[in-house]
Design a protein around this ligand. Sequence first.
Ligand code: PLP
Length: 233
Amino acid sequence: MSEALLTAWRACRDAVERAARGRHVTLVAVSKSRPAAQVRALAALGQRDFGENYLGEALAKMADCADLALCWHVIGPLQSNKAAQVAERFDWLHSLDRPKLLAALAGRRPPQRPPLNVLVQVNIDAESSKSGCAPEQVSALAAAVATTAGLRLRGLMAIPDPALDPARPGGAFERMQALFAALQYSMPGIDTLSMGMSDDFPAAIARGATMVRIGSAVFGPRAARVGPAPSDA
Ligand SMILES: *Cc1c(COP(=O)(O)O)cnc(C)c1O
């Protein structure tokens, strides 16, 4: 396996640790469009959490890696007709953003598995192109997740608009930190704020991220995607 991949992963892990200043921050390696062999190579180093956007691709990779004890995260938009497969197979869902999806997940978690960990995705910069609920909808949606059997509400996720500098004072990271703190006040059980990607994860961690999703900084630049549209997730 390429030495470059291992070096890049170590550098990211170290940078996450430095930014975390003694807190625990989970590094989710975003393995979309990467082969199972690269997942295996990182797993051998101790990387446990992997994020995927496209359900078909993810399920094939998970089958390839079924002998490894890994933790699989759905981080991309999810169609409700595919929600049951996510409930059956994955460990985390970062993109719960509407009641309809909740209805499609309800009752689908196999009883022998621990609950599916769920994050409510917030469209923090109100981008028309992005999924996620409005900040005003967070508390109602969070409450609904918390009372759905088979799901465990863990916190919030966001993908800020990079053009608006999420790290600036009053920017997306700061607003997410405040939203998370407010939710945690009414729901002390939540513990996860998923924000920060290759280009901005140290700033996200400085604003309270407990989970970062890193793709290209670990695996190198992604080739343009071929095949089904992103809504395939
Ligand atoms: C692809 C993706 C990432 C990783 O992006 P990089 O810039 O490659 O680190 C993180 N989160 C989501 C939701 C993604 O789709």
